[in-house]
Design a protein around this ligand. Structure first.
Ligand SMILES: CC(C)(COP(=O)(O)OP(=O)(O)OC[C@H]1O[C@@H](n2cnc3c(N)ncnc32)[C@H](O)[C@@H]1OP(=O)(O)O)[C@@H](O)C(=O)NCCC(=O)NCCS
Length: 160
């Protein structure tokens, strides 16, 4: 696992990363039982990530082979900023986080969250937050180390 930590690079996606992001996104979505996503969501998401007019971004984590220099995409995080009536600065919502199975518990998830923290600081939107399923214990092993659990519950309009 220490080896994994050493060779991880996290950076914003570029057009050339589309296939890698879609490959990992499909694996991420497969971890949900019945996600009910619209057709074309992958393209719509990626188009928004690379559109400078849209405040929604994605970063990929790459494992770099020290000998060949080849980088393999092994995880990603998607996030966006939005205004809030409770503060002057926008907030940052961390929408998605995923690390490919065989590279887990090697510090990659933490690096992805730290990337979002660092970019949010640079943008002047340091209030980063997210949610997770209450039964996602694995993710929470990481979250309790980098953030605090709130007392909020999430409600949503029926049918949406
Ligand atoms: C959640 C997820 C992104 C975590 O990624 P990861 O790369 O394994 O996380 P990290 O290795 O950075 O962090 C794991 C931390 O939690 C701890 N941890 C994680 N799993 C653990 C386990 N099974 N046993 C003990 N500790 C564990 C580690 O000690 C580590 O802490 P450290 O950084 O102080 O060493 C990954 O498991 C994943 O992609 N899961 C499927 C998708 C998912 O659930 N996404 C989140 C949706 S909200």
């Amino acid at each position: 696992m220490t080896e994994v930590k050493k060779n991880i690079i996290v950076r914003y996606v570029q057009e050339k990363d589309r296939d890698d992001w879609v490959r990992l996104w499909k694996k991420f979505i497969a971890t949900y039982e019945d996600p009910k996503l619209p057709d074309g969501i992958e393209k719509a998401n990626f188009d928004r990530f690379i559109d400078p007019e849209v405040k929604m971004w994605s970063a990929l984590a790459f494992l770099r082979d020290e000998i060949t220099g080849i980088e393999k995409a092994i995880g990603f995080t998607d996030f966006f900023t939005h205004p809030s009536t409770w503060q002057i600065q926008d907030k940052t919502y961390l929408n998605d986080l995923f690390v490919d199975d065989e590279f887990r518990v090697g510090g990659v998830g933490r690096k992805l969250i730290e990337f979002v923290y660092s970019e949010a600081d640079k943008m002047g939107t340091p209030a980063v937050y997210w949610n997770t399923d209450h039964f996602n214990h694995r993710a929470q092993l990481l979250y309790t180390k980098v953030a605090s659990l709130t007392h909020k519950r999430i409600y949503k309009r029926d049918g949406y």
